[in-house]
Design a protein around this ligand. Structure first.
Ligand code: NAD
Length: 467
């Protein structure tokens, strides 16, 4: 993997001085999750527009974490809710309370465009009071289910607000909009809120996520959410796939690591290290389905399937060979579709099961020389759209992550100038790490994320390229 030498340089005293004098970007390394860290970056500054319905869900999410709460305004009964849930709470006094670790603003009560004023009132005073590496979450309602046009317009406006706040908050602060269905309760929201208020979401910013009411009964929250779950990860021998396998194993899952036979040695050492098992298979070979199904049948199916294996064969369409087109189609799109159908047909996805695709920001924004790759990665988004209702009917979910620039062998092969642009042109000013993608997938795959279905979540530090 290519080291980000600029990031290292800009964080040495001489580098900080020179980059400052020259007006160059001054990214700071992101603070990521480490074992034993609190689930939520506290204290959490809470606010609400009048008529918001999620104040109790916010306080309930903080209960059971060490995070204290600061509150702004009287639109919700914050002291009463905090007392009921055993959360330490104090009124926020700008300049006196100290900085907050994160902020959550309940905007579900904004019912017309004039009501957007509540965003100004809260964030104008508070945004500077959030410490570096903090988090901001705006909670909204799904615009398409709003009662009238005014509410729909106002809720849609939240998207432009949060995406812009993500671009201007800087200091490694990540900002998201979470749209919560009217019938989704606090339990449906907590895995999502905790993820976005934690260090795990360090490279996820500017995202809009939908949380619906789960169609299954949620299991109790557990410290190791994936304990005992069987997780199939394709393309696991290296890069992002290896990080996904390691993250699931760390959380107690039984990992089945799949990769091509040529990667056999890496696959074996990974499976041994993680106490998991391995499947040395080329997923483009239709005969691989039978091997996967047999593994599933022998061990009681899979709870989670992560379609991570992917390749690039970059060339402009006029110069691209048919083989380059075909290989990318086969690995990135046709194989995941075929394997998913085989697993669903055989009933091999467990109850409250999860499928997670790996798309790319190239599939959203397009990229020069990547017509084949971007078609497949947009196709992964299509797979999520098409299958989400079918999986919901089985009590399962399908979502995808869309990584931006992640430091792997794939991106180390990009020519220098384009690689530097990819690294710097995002709100965090640096590339992500494979673990950033892995953490996002862990959240989507949590048993308590049953209301998170049909989402595409970019892990791109809010890339300035594309959406
Ligand atoms: P990588 O090349 O380091 O790893 C990909 C793995 O997939 C390899 O171990 C490879 O052997 C395996 N694989 C390839 N073809 C296979 C096949 N036919 N059967 C089984 N396994 C196969 O790539 P990475 O950077 O870790 O990317 C992982 C995923 O993330 C890919 O889907 C990629 O498109 C996507 N992605 C990566 C980035 C990035 O910046 N690195 C950005 C966006 C999306």
């Amino acid at each position: 993997m290519m080291a980000d030498r600029y990031l290292a340089f800009a964080n040495r005293p001489v580098g900080r001085f020179l980059t400052g004098r020259l007006g160059l970007p001054q990214p700071r390394p992101l603070l990521r999750h480490a074992e034993g860290q609190p689930a939520v970056i506290g204290p959490v500054l809470a606010g609400s527009a009048p008529g918001g319905r999620l104040a109790e869900a916010v306080v309930a999410t903080l209960a059971g974490t060490p995070a204290a709460m600061l509150f702004e305004g009287d639109a919700a009964d914050w002291p009463g809710l905090a007392a009921r849930h055993g959360v330490m709470a104090a009124r926020f006094l700008p300049g006196q309370s100290g900085r907050a670790g994160s902020a959550v603003f309940d905007a579900t009560g904004i019912a017309d465009p004039a009501g957007l004023d509540a965003l100004y009132t809260f964030f104008h005073h508070c945004v500077r009071e959030i410490a570096p590496d903090g988090r901001i979450v705006v909670l909204g309602a799904p615009p398409e289910t709003c009662a009238d046009a005014d509410a729909r317009i106002a809720q849609r406006a939240l998207e432009g607000f949060t995406r812009s706040l993500g671009k201007e908050a800087r200091r490694n602060i990540a900002v998201q909009l979470v749209r919560v269905a009217a019938d989704a309760d606090a339990a449906a929201l907590d895995s999502t809120l905790r993820f976005f208020l934690s260090r795990r979401s360090a490279y996820v910013s500017g995202q809009v996520v939908h949380v619906a009411a789960p169609v299954v009964d949620l299991p109790e929250a557990a410290p190791r959410a994936h304990r005992g779950r069987r997780v199939l990860v394709t393309g696991a021998a290296r890069g992002i796939g290896a990080a996904i396998a390691e993250a699931f194993a760390r959380e107690g899952a039984k990992v089945v690591a799949l990769d091509v036979p040529q990667a056999g040695a890496d696959l074996l050492s990974l499976a041994q290290r993680l106490g998991g098992s391995r499947l040395a298979l080329d997923i483009t070979d239709p005969a691989s389905d039978a091997v996967i199904l047999e593994d599933a049948a022998t061990h009681g199916g899979y709870d989670v399937v992560v379609h991570n294996a992917g390749i690039t064969r970059d060339r402009t369409i006029a110069r691209m060979s048919r083989a380059e087109w075909d290989q990318v189609m086969q690995v990135n799109l046709l194989a995941p579709l075929r394997i998913t159908e085989a697993l669903l047909g055989a009933g091999a996805l467990g109850p409250n099961g999860r499928i997670v695709g790996v798309s790319s920001i190239a599939g959203i924004a397009g990229n020069l020389g990547q017509t084949n790759y971007a078609a497949t990665k947009a196709g992964v988004i299509g797979m999520v759209d098409a299958l989400a209702p079918r999986l919901a009917a089985r009590g399962a979910t399908i979502n995808a992550v869309a990584p931006g620039f992640i430091e792997t062998r794939m991106t180390a092969a990009i020519p220098f100038a384009i690689r530097e642009a990819g690294r710097r042109m995002n709100a965090m000013g640096q590339g992500g790490l494979p673990e950033d993608v892995a953490e996002t997938i862990l959240w989507l795959a949590e048993p308590r994320s049953a209301g998170v279905n049909g989402n595409i979540v970019r892990v791109c530090g809010q890339s300035l390229l594309g959406a």
